[in-house]
Design a protein around this ligand. Structure first.
Ligand SMILES: Cc1cc2nc3c(=O)[nH]c(=O)nc-3n(C[C@H](O)[C@H](O)[C@H](O)COP(=O)(O)OP(=O)(O)OC[C@H]3O[C@@H](n4cnc5c(N)ncnc54)[C@H](O)[C@@H]3O)c2cc1C
Length: 457
């Protein structure tokens, strides 16, 4: 016999997206349930690089990591060219966190303020009644069936999209992820037998021979512990990153000098523009399943937190008006797509260009200073190409470009399409009925861009 529980909101998944939402709703007066199949020791257990920019906490109001949750303050990123002869130091504050400890602090704060958290509870099916999403069916710790009924079901289950993938395919939120729009990432957390220099700088290495369509990283967590890993573009037949790690990275003394391995695991990260919609009738999808991730570096924790903030606001609005349909929940799309989503889409256009570059081209671009520290920072903040493009008009740079005229043309194309896609997202439709037309325009723009760039995937 199934146990039936009635809530205003049920949040499936208590990772960065779901637990942030539980935290935001903890004092809302709404009856909220948060469920996750993991136990307390594996909260936020998905493998991650564990790096997050400080601005995400300022923007969302979530508590900054401190005490046990904070492993290393970050002052910036060192970006290395394929030969490692060129290093660009991009300054920016952030944290290396202990994901489990930080995640638990959010979940605990939510529980202490009345959110019901069900751990070791696996959602297996959606409850549909007369074509309407009415809740989810889950299996509790002792094998019992629990039906969670709710006005709004939130999918925060990560890239698997456990709720989304079970909704009718005709719903626009079903939108599947193309393999080439994802990165397969793998990382180890290791204790090293040497002192890491400048642990307050995380390192990113661009090298197509090691991490095709991605990058490899070494993120210090203090002087002796580091999170080291790599991501490769999916769907292109590249070797699995765990194999590359063993066969290539382990040969480097800075990676291979392991005293012990504290954790090793891999997972998929979406690296594309946001899903076309984060809301539908009685449904919200945030975090990796809504593709709310930075397409360039695959950082998804901060984006998940922002999506959770807007989800909380949409949920409150819907409960005020009593409208739980796509119309009542549309506010999340307006806020996300016109703001962070527009920047994300711009960066996605840039990502596609970067994934086509050879080591030789990256080395050359970094050597002539096409993208210095300031430009890299501004591009990441605005979603517009801030390479030395204006300077390209200047004779000095043009001379340097002479050897590579096609690069000049491609850069202009990328800058143009980054602006155009950003504009489209800033004009995200007010009315859900306009969504199909808008999606057509976005798809058309991508088709045109890829054809001009010569991208076939
Ligand atoms: C190797 C790697 C390195 C990365 N590095 C970084 C980085 O340095 N910085 C950064 O910001 N991002 C990084 N990312 C991305 C980041 O980890 C994700 O974007 C982020 O974890 C997404 O949060 P989420 O809440 O959407 O999903 P998840 O973290 O995947 O959480 C989903 C939760 O849902 C639960 N769940 C799933 N299905 C069910 C179900 N059926 N029933 C109940 N519960 C369920 C899971 O147990 C999990 O707790 C990295 C990713 C990888 C793979």
């Amino acid at each position: 016999m199934a146990r039936e529980l009635k809530y205003d909101v049920v949040i499936v998944g208590q990772g960065p997206a779901g637990s942030s939402l539980s935290y935001f709703l903890r004092k809302s007066g709404l009856k909220v349930a948060g469920i996750d199949w993991v136990d307390w020791d594996r909260i936020w257990g998905k493998p991650c690089g564990d790096a997050i920019g400080a601005h995400h906490f300022h923007e969302t109001g979530l508590p900054e990591p401190s005490g046990d949750s904070l492993m290393q303050k970050v002052e910036g990123i060192d970006l290395y060219s394929p030969s490692e002869e060129i290093r660009v130091r991009v300054r920016g504050e952030g944290y290396m966190i202990d994901r489990n400890k930080y995640g638990r602090s959010l979940v605990k704060a939510a529980m202490d303020s009345g959110v019901d958290i069900y751990l070791r509870t696996r959602m297996g099916a959606v409850v549909m009644e007369n074509g309407k999403l009415a809740g989810v069916k889950a299996t509790g710790p002792n094998g019992e069936t629990i039906i969670f009924r709710a006005n709004i079901v939130v999918d925060a289950t990560g890239s698997g999209g456990s709720v989304r993938r079970k909704l009718p395919e005709s719903w626009p939120v079903y939108e599947p992820l193309k393999k080439t729009d994802a990165s397969i990432a793998y990382r180890r957390i290791v204790e090293l037998d040497y002192d890491i220099e400048d642990p307050e700088y995380i390192r990113i290495y661009l090298n197509e021979e090691i991490a095709p369509g991605g990058y490899w990283w070494l993120f210090p967590k203090g002087r002796h512990i580091a999170n080291i890993g790599l991501g490769v573009q999916g769907g292109r037949g590249y070797p699995h990153p765990a194999v590359i790690y063993r066969e290539k990275l382990m040969k480097r003394p800075d990676v291979g000098s392991e005293v012990r391995v504290l954790s090793d695991a891999g997972a998929l990260v979406p690296t594309r523009r946001p899903a076309n919609t984060l809301a539908w009738d009685n449904f919200l999808g945030i975090g990796d399943n809504g593709y709310t991730v930075n397409p360039i570096h695959g950082g998804g924790m901060g984006y998940a937190m922002t999506a959770a903030k807007y989800a909380a606001e949409a949920i409150l609005e819907a409960h005020e008006t009593g409208d739980f349909t796509r119309r009542g929940l549309w506010g999340i799309n307006i806020k996300y797509m016109r703001g962070l989503g527009a920047k994300q889409a711009g960066l996605d256009i840039f990502r596609i260009f970067l994934q086509e570059l050879t080591n030789d081209e990256i080395e050359w671009g970094m050597k002539i200073g096409l993208m210095g520290a300031q430009e890299a920072y501004e591009t990441s903040v605005t979603g517009e190409l801030k390479a030395n493009l204006s300077a390209l008009d200047k004779a000095q740079i043009l001379v340097k470009m002479l050897g590579r005229p096609s690069m000049l043309l491609r850069l202009r194309l990328v800058a143009d399409y980054m602006k155009r896609v950003k504009r489209l997202y800033e004009e995200y439709p007010e009315d859900p009925e306009q969504l199909p037309k808008w999606v057509d325009s976005v798809e058309q723009l991508y088709k045109e861009y890829k054809a001009k760039l010569g991208v076939t995937w």
